[in-house]
Structures are given as C-alpha cells and as structure tokens.
Design a protein around this ligand. Structure first.
Ligand code: PLP
Length: 391
C-alpha cells in the first residue's frame, strides 16, 4: 500500500525526518533543567539553544522573551488572560475568523466583564486594518488578530494593525501559528507585542509552543508554581518537546527561502490540476496568502463524506480546522467570510508540506478527482479523468 499523503499540513505538519533523527540521539539523556547537577544543567543549556533558534526563525532579538508553553492554545490563553488580569481597561478587539484558541478565551473574558469586539473579515476573508481602527476606544487594551487564517491561508495586515495599535498605546497580539515557517517573520522590526507559536505546525512535536513577548511587555502568568520560564510559566519544562521545536526552527530557517519557493510551486501546480480535473471552486485565494493552503468547494458534495472516502484511499485532507472538525457544524470562519452554511459544509481544506513530492501531489489529485467523480456519478456521469502518475 502507498504511504499516506498528507494534504493536511495545517492541522499537523508531521515530524520532520531530520528532527526525528536528532531527537533520537538525545532522547532520555537529559534530566530536570531546574536541577543544579550536570544532568539538569545540560538540559537547561539545550533549552536555551532552542529558545535562540525560535528567536532566529522569527527575527526576534535576544532581548525579546520566548516563553515555552504546552502549545499555541496555552500561549493564546496566556496572552489574553495575562493582559486583562492587570488592567482597568476593559476592551478587547479580535476577529470572527480567529481559531477557537482565541475565541473561547475571549468569551471567558466577556463573562468576566471585558467588552469584546469581533471584527468581520472582508469578502476575501481578510481583516482590514481600517475596520480594526474603527473599534478603538479609550478602554481598548488589547487587539488580537491572527497572522494567517488556518482554513483559508489568507494573510492579515498584522504589521499595519500593530503600528496602528502602537500609536494608540494598545497592545497587539498575533496568533502566528500558521504563518510560522511559511512566510518570513521579522518580529523585531515589527510593532507586534506578543506572538503565539506552535511546534507541531512546523515539524516539531505536538504539545509544545511559545509565547514571544516584546521587551518591556509584562503580563500575568496563567500557571503559577515554580520559577521556570522566568516566572512566566511554572512547571518542569517539556524538555524533549522544546528541543524538537528548536531543531525544527533551525531546520526551517536554514532553508526558509527554498521552502517558501517550493510551497509556491507546489501550490501553483495543485491549483492548475484542480482547475483541470476537479469540478470545484477554489475560494479565498487572493494574495497575500499562504500558497500551501487551498480552500476548495465542491458543489453538491459534503466535505465530511468526502474526507472519509479520501481517507480510505490514503489521502488526508480536512474540512474546517482540525480542532473543530469533530463537530458537524459548519466552520465559523468560513461562514464569517460570507459562505452559506451549506457552502461551508462543501468546503475542503488542502494544505501542503514543502516536502510534498510532485509524484505525491499528482497521486493526491488523482484520488481526489476519482473520488469526487464517484460521488457525482451517483447523480450524473462525468467523463473519466486521465492523469498520468509517474511510478
Ligand atoms: N491557532 C491556530 C491558528 C491553529 O491553527 C491552531 C491549531 O490548529 C492553534 C492555534 C492551536 O495550536 P496548538 O495545537 O499548539 O494548541
């Protein structure tokens, strides 16, 4: 049987081979980084190296703090709750297309009396900086807008939004989970105050992430206990997870331009093949966006049914975000972007890895074309699609 084809990289990139090999060498060798003996101190040093690697990947200076967490969900919670714990200002501006890891803490903040404005995207699925500004008030303490949307790949103008916030003395946080490793990020050159990251979206292990804090930005910790992570996040560090993040960050940085070019080329090839062979509509595809991400609607075919059929053939794709796809309800982000509920339910998300081989891409398109065709022949026959797949 052929290997599974991961067209669902935005859900989990899959451990990079090089990360697995390096981790294998160090697995089980290191002890509690808080211990003063050599077993602990070696682990501590490796964690600091990983912190430097994360900084380098996002263009942050050593003055900026990288706080390791259990993943971007925790980082987002830390940013939102950490800001509002210590302020008399009670207004948060975010958007309707954020991941649940922002929307749910926002709802919790609302319960505690914070006013939250949820900004609508425009027709292309993008959050406009002018819309954000129109919500600013004396009470606005924080704006949180995602760098790139996980379902459409649309990039938001976070640098402009961050500048606008800075002018008004408002903190700006961005969930940059999907942008990491897919676009160049220059944290120090931007006005972004806080940035959430996740290791498993760039080829590290799941269960580890980071919150990056600009120099001078202080927020309350979410988890209280020991002095780890400069008192910002208590608890013995997930050493192996953090090291996987550091190695993945290094591997990606070393070939970032090549990887971006490869994702562009693969994305272009896939768009061409889809246009030729799949009776569907590619939507939310305006630039600037993550070229690895395609939102594809196949009218008359439910994405949930299609995903199961594709899975049986070894092709992994998703409908809506992975965290939400256990629920039958349509994606909140797609409906916020203007799709009807039934259109949202017909939408597949395809997201490629830079490592995807061209042969895999063609095999994936063939599986998709044949499966959609078999769904459609239940209604009306379609011509047989001929795609040459190299051996
Ligand atoms: N934010 C975005 C945009 C995501 O896509 C995801 C995961 O899908 C998360 C946050 C959650 O990240 P983690 O799995 O590290 O908690």
């Amino acid at each position: 049987m052929n290997e599974l084809i991961n067209f669902d990289a935005n859900a989990s990139y899959g451990l990079l081979d090089e990360v697995r090999d390096e981790l294998f060498e160090i697995l089980g060798k290191y002890l509690n980084p808080s211990s003063v003996h050599q077993g602990g101190q070696k682990a501590k040093n490796l964690i600091e190296d990983a912190r430097d690697e994360v900084r380098l990947l996002i263009g942050a200076s050593p003055r900026e703090r990288v706080i390791f967490t259990s993943g971007a969900t925790e980082s987002n919670n830390m940013a939102l709750f950490g800001v509002f714990e210590n302020t008399s200002k009670r207004h948060l501006v975010t958007s309707m297309i954020e991941h649940p890891a922002i929307l749910e803490p926002s709802r919790k903040l609302e319960e505690s009396g914070v006013r939250v404005s949820y900004v609508h995207p425009d027709q292309e699925g993008r959050i406009c900086s002018s819309s954000i500004k129109s919500f600013f008030s004396e009470q606005t303490k924080l704006v949180s807008i995602m760098f790139a949307n996980n379902e459409t790949g649309i990039l938001n103008p976070v640098h402009q939004i961050a500048k606008d916030c800075k002018q008004e003395n408002i903190l700006f946080h961005t969930d940059a989970v999907q942008a990491l490793g897919k676009v160049e990020i220059k944290f120090s050159e931007s006005s972004i105050d806080m940035m959430s990251l996740s290791a498993h979206k760039i080829g590290g292990l799941a269960g580890v992430g980071a919150l990056v804090l600009r120099e001078g930005v202080y927020i309350s910790p979410l988890i209280h206990g020991g002095p780890q992570e400069t008192f910002q996040r208590a608890g013995t560090e997930n050493v192996i997870g953090i090291l996987s993040f550091g190695i993945a960050a290094r591997k990606i940085r070393e070939k970032l331009n090549y990887r971006i070019q490869r994702m562009n080329a693969l994305g272009e090839a896939l768009r061409e093949k889809i246009a030729l062979h799949i009776p569907g509509i590619i939507q939310f595809d305006s630039q600037p966006k993550l070229t690895n991400t395609i939102s594809l609607r196949i009218p008359g075919v439910r994405a949930d049914d299609l995903i199961v059929a594709l899975d049986l053939q070894g092709l992994l794709v998703s409908a809506g975000s992975a965290c939400a796809s256990g629920k039958p309800s349509p994606s909140h982000a797609l409906t916020a972007c203007g799709l009807t509920e039934s259109e949202a339910k017909e939408t597949l998300r395809i997201s490629l890895r830079a490592e995807t081989k061209y042969e895999e891409l063609l095999r994936g398109v063939k599986i998709l074309a044949d499966t959609v065709s078999s769904f459609n022949t239940m209604k009306k026959p379609l011509p047989v699609l001929e795609i040459e797949v190299p051996a």
